[in-house]
Design a protein around this ligand. Structure first.
Ligand SMILES: *Cc1c(COP(=O)(O)O)cnc(C)c1O
Length: 395
């Protein structure tokens, strides 16, 4: 495959001024990032600071109803409450070893901003987070968390004042500060080398899962499911399965957000409903109108609201290795409640999309099989949304 490409997808579609830091990052990752010393230090941070390995939890109550064995990979138990920390610790450690003194990052719902701010604090780096002005208002608790962790939060007033605009602002900031600053990109998208870098840091999820399923339950699993926003938790889970020819029969399903499902309401399903195009430096699938304008995405799960998706997912879809499906807000909410009340685990609304696909398709899964859902994050952050919906139903 061409360097920086996954089939026809990927690449580096960026202004000339962004090429030097991307080339510097690629070289540093190839040299420092692959060294045993780096790997050891990162493994230590992940274990002793962030709490890896995360458990693989059996769901006895839901499994009894479903007739097959449902297991959850518990990224919700990782420090700061989601898989994001796998990536931010990796990038922050790399940045420090490159001699950088600061991180810049974008955030939408605020989860990546919090994980970046925490990693920066831990590794002694300064931190600036760009966030759409609309999101700053919507996600006030996460803004407060970032500030407590020592980060500077910059509200972006351009465009739709959401994630897409925050990424553009962070990229611009990086151009002018590249000497001292690393751009800690939040998902497995963007220009090369980010899709590879972020994927590699997240594959700890899939690698642990393979070992845990082997040790704890029926091997190989029948089905592995993860939600897809930009695609980092899903690629981290899927890639170790996809590269192993012995696991070719394991079904991999990526679940995108269909939003409310009402006509005229935008969704976040770039793979299922988008077309190829360039966004944020890579050629991949994205939501765009007939003029190629990026359409705003919307889902009850703010973390799935990205109008594009990582290039490797576009490739896996094209070659048919991963199947991509959509789940709407109502279906995700049903799964959220089923897991909370059924097993005592409150999932992030993003992760609830992955579980919802399993619940909606239970009839297609043979009895007795092993099914693994990647529980990308915890749902405490979503309680305001849940209370609001409950109040609406009562009134
Ligand atoms: C950010 C986030 C996602 C979506 O991001 P990916 O890059 O697609 O993984 C999913 N779940 C949770 C809990 C998140 O915080």
């Amino acid at each position: 495959m061409r360097k920086g490409y996954f089939g026809n997808f990927g690449g580096q579609f960026v202004p000339e001024l962004l090429m030097p830091p991307l080339i510097e990052l690629e070289a540093a990752y190839a040299e420092i990032g692959q060294s045993p010393q780096f790997r050891q230090e990162l493994a230590d941070l992940l274990h002793n600071y962030a709490g890896r390995e995360t458990p693989l939890t059996f769901c006895p109550n839901l499994s009894a109803k479903l007739g097959f064995d449902l297991w959850l990979k518990r990224e919700d138990l990782l420090h700061t409450g989601a898989h994001k920390m796998n990536n931010t610790l990796g990038q922050a450690l790399l940045a420090r070893k490159m001699g950088k003194s600061a991180l810049v990052a974008e955030t939408g719902a605020g989860q990546h901003g919090v994980a970046t701010a925490a990693a920066a604090a831990r590794l002694g780096l300064e931190c600036t987070i760009f966030m759409g002005a609309t999101d700053v208002q919507r996600q006030a608790p996460n803004v407060a968390r970032m500030q407590v962790l020592g980060a500077k939060v910059e509200a972006v007033e351009s465009g739709t004042r959401t994630l897409k605009d925050a990424i553009n602002a962070a990229l611009r900031h990086w151009i002018s500060s590249q000497e001292t600053t690393h751009y800690c990109f939040g998902t497995a998208a963007g220009p090369h080398p980010f899709p590879t870098l972020v994927r590699d840091f997240q594959t700890v999820i899939g690698k642990e899962t393979i070992q845990q399923v082997q040790a704890q339950t029926g091997w190989p699993p029948y089905l592995v499911v993860a939600c897809v926003g930009g695609g980092s938790n899903a690629i981290g889970m899927f890639q170790p399965f996809a590269v192993n020819p012995e696991l070719a029969q394991v079904q991999l399903v990526g679940v995108e957000a269909a939003g409310s499902g009402r006509p005229g309401c935008y969704h976040s399903a770039s793979l299922s409903l988008g077309r190829p195009g360039v966004l944020h430096g890579q050629y991949s699938m994205l939501l765009q109108d007939e003029n190629g304008q990026i359409e705003p995405s919307h889902s009850i799960a703010a973390g799935l609201d990205y109008p594009g998706v990582g290039a490797e997912h576009a490739y896996f879809r094209e070659i048919g290795r991963v199947q991509y499906e959509v789940i709407n807000d109502r279906q995700a909410l049903n799964a959220f409640h089923a897991l909370s009340a059924g097993e005592g685990i409150i999932p992030a609304l993003e992760s609830a999309h992955a579980l919802a696909w399993v619940l909606e398709n239970r009839g297609r899964i043979p009895q007795g099989k092993t099914v693994v859902v990647n529980l990308s994050g915890r749902g405490d952050k979503d309680m305001d949304i849940i209370s609001e919906i409950n109040n609406r139903q009562v009134n």
